[in-house]
Write a protein that binds this ligand. Structure first.
Ligand code: GDP
Length: 239
């Protein structure tokens, strides 16, 4: 069967080529969107440290503690968002050159949790073969990662819901996911409100404005993600 989303949706289709099946959702647990209040538990993000990089599916480190994946178009501000959440300057490498990161980079949050920074997608100047290799890596990871508890999809607040973003969200299904609207500082308050309304209407309540420059949304996002991780840890190891 030919994928209806054609070549641009190769990450969804790439992992399915063996069976030629239609889209299969990523392996993340179902979630009812909910923004939590700030709570009093051990902060995980300040403990972030580099763990490993993987360029091919076979290089992925074995699944360990609950993991959050960060994914988005190339140059969308993903590395800057990870740094802002961790309160660090150079944990994840930011770049003015789109399409540079070619690996999945893993960060440990102490022994409790992990982050996975997926390669940015959609950069047209990357050779087709390389783009396909990244897409396979992303789709293989999202489909098979047993420790994945949530996905943070980062979109540029000025250009949200590009076709590739929409296809990714569609493919991720109802699992635990949060849309971060990055570079919100580039929009006026009125534009921010209109964008948030539009995106929430399209994807559900799990969307928030974010800026690693002004730190808008950083605390709120960190609280939400830490509460996801905490819930999973509590389910696995009740006190
Ligand atoms: P990545 O490729 O998605 O990891 O994107 P980076 O984090 O490397 O950021 C790409 C470019 O966008 C860099 O020049 C950053 O300085 C810039 N950038 C990232 N986040 C923000 C933000 O919140 N506001 C503004 N104005 N620029 C940002």
């Amino acid at each position: 069967m030919v994928c209806a989303l054609a070549t641009s949706c190769a990450w969804a289709c790439a992992a399915n080529t063996a069976t030629a099946a239609p889209h299969t959702n990523a392996r993340i647990i179902p979630w009812v969107p909910e923004i939590v209040e700030r709570r009093d538990f051990i902060r995980l993000f300040p403990q972030a440290g580099f763990l490993a990089s993987a360029a091919r599916p076979r290089d992925l480190p074995p699944p360990g503690p609950p993991e959050l994946a960060f994914v988005g178009r190339s140059n969308v501000g993903k590395s800057s968002a990870i740094n802002a959440l961790a309160g660090r300057k150079r944990l994840a490498f930011t770049s003015k050159t789109p399409g540079r990161t070619q690996t999945i980079n893993f960060y440990s949050l102490g022994e409790t949790a992990r982050l996975a920074d997926l390669p940015g997608y959609g950069y047209a100047k990357v050779p087709h073969a390389l783009r396909r290799q990244w897409q396979e890596l992303i789709s293989s990871y999202l489909k098979s990662r047993s420790s994945l508890v949530g996905v943070v999809v980062i979109m540029d607040a000025r250009h949200p819901l590009t076709p590739l973003d929409a296809q990714l969200l569609d493919w991720l299904g109802d699992g635990r996911r949060l849309v971060l609207l990055s570079k919100a500082d580039k929009l006026s308050r009125a534009e921010q409100a209109a964008t948030l309304k539009k995106v929430r209407a399209a994807v559900g309540a799990g969307a928030m404005l974010f800026s690693s420059v002004t730190r808008q949304g950083v605390e709120e996002c960190r609280d939400l993600l830490e509460s996801w991780l905490e819930q999973v840890v509590e389910i696995k190891s009740p006190r």
